[in-house]
Write a protein that binds this ligand. Structure first.
Ligand SMILES: O=C(O)CCC(=O)C(=O)O
Ligand SMILES: [Fe+2]
Length: 318
């Protein structure tokens, strides 16, 4: 079968234990076989997506100087606007042909964690577009809830306490990102070079243009085409580390669109920065010793940012 599974998660919003287990079973299989699947039956409506798409178009259409007022390169805690080619996901390729906006869990500048200089902590940096901040902050909260719902099913599938992730995802390091891929005539620059995601799970909304491709287990690239009303969910490196590769982070890439602009909105679900990421109890035994040394969420993320962002080279995890 060369197409990604589509899983209806609506039973996760009801109190039927056996239906819950059935969904968890499907997710478990998709995570083992693909590391990628679509979800439908989630509560994020088409009006919300339309309103976000409208704002994304307006933001990316602003003059560069205006967007650069919140340039991510000037942010110690990784928030704001990332210009074209600021990120190079595949080191063997030129910089990605995309521009981005990143936001996270907002902590005010006078919050003790921010004053203490904790990594990845601080205020969001929003553009001055009417309606932007309210909508984006609500969407961040709703995506956080959705990620926790999916993670509860994953906890069930992995045989750990149902609230294992809920307890670790308070004040999360999760990032909501808006991406604009401008059209390109030649194929010389990738939209997003081949990579795995760094976090736990990613929930991606893509528009109708297409171009996302996933590397299947046998090595071939398959399309992950747009499907209305769905999110594409994929396993990131932290979940691979937690599950000792029971769930593997799967490589993917985005081919630059040819004639039209493409917009996508990934939500990278990541726990509290200080969360320990070490092999889960049920994921190791004498035959499967832990593959990865323990780390923390912030340490791992900072090491990955340093490898992919020009302005962060030499920035070491602390
Ligand atoms: O734009 C997409 O469809 C995927 C983007 C992506 O893989 C990423 O930002 O990590
Ligand atoms: Fe990705």
């Amino acid at each position: 079968m060369d197409s990604l599974p589509i899983i209806d998660i609506s039973p996760l919003y009801r109190r039927d234990e056996s239906a819950w287990r059935a969904v968890a079973g499907r997710i478990d299989r998709a995570c083992r076989e693909w590391g990628f699947f679509y979800i439908e039956g989630h509560p994020i409506g088409a009006e919300r997506i339309a309103a976000l798409s409208d704002l994304a178009r307006r933001f990316f259409a602003l003059p560069l100087a205006e967007k650069r007022r919140i340039d991510i390169a000037g942010s110690g805690h990784h928030r704001g606007y990332g210009a074209l080619a600021a990120e190079q996901l595949d080191p063997a390729q030129p910089g990605d042909c995309k521009e981005t906006f990143d936001m996270g869990f907002h902590l005010p500048a006078d919050h003790p964690e921010v004053l203490a200089g904790k990594p990845l902590r601080g205020p969001n940096r929003h553009p001055a577009l009417e309606g932007w901040e309210t909508l984006l902050e609500s969407h961040y909260r709703d995506m956080h809830e959705l990620s926790c719902t999916v993670l509860r099913a994953i906890a069930l599938a992995l045989g750990i306490e149902r609230d294992f992730f809920d307890r670790r995802f308070r004040q999360p390091a999760s990032v909501l990102r808006l991406i604009h891929y401008p059209p390109q005539q030649g194929a010389e620059r990738p939209g997003a070079g081949e990579h795995t995601d760094y976090g736990c799970i990613t929930l991606l909304h893509q528009d109708r243009v297409g171009g996302l491709q996933v590397r299947a287990r046998r090595g071939q690239w398959i399309d992950a085409p747009p499907r209305d009303g769905t999110f594409v969910v994929n396993i990131g490196d932290m979940m691979a580390r937690w599950s000792n590769d029971r769930y593997r982070s799967t490589a993917h890439r985005v081919i630059s669109p040819r004639e039209q602009d493409r917009y996508a909105m990934p939500f990278f679900a990541e726990p509290h920065p200080e969360t320990a990421i070490a092999c889960l109890p049920g994921c190791q035994d004498a035959e499967r010793p832990p593959h990865y040394p323990p780390t923390t969420c912030a340490e791992w993320l900072l090491s990955r940012f340093a490898a992919t962002y020009a302005h962060r080279r030499g920035d070491v995890a602390g």
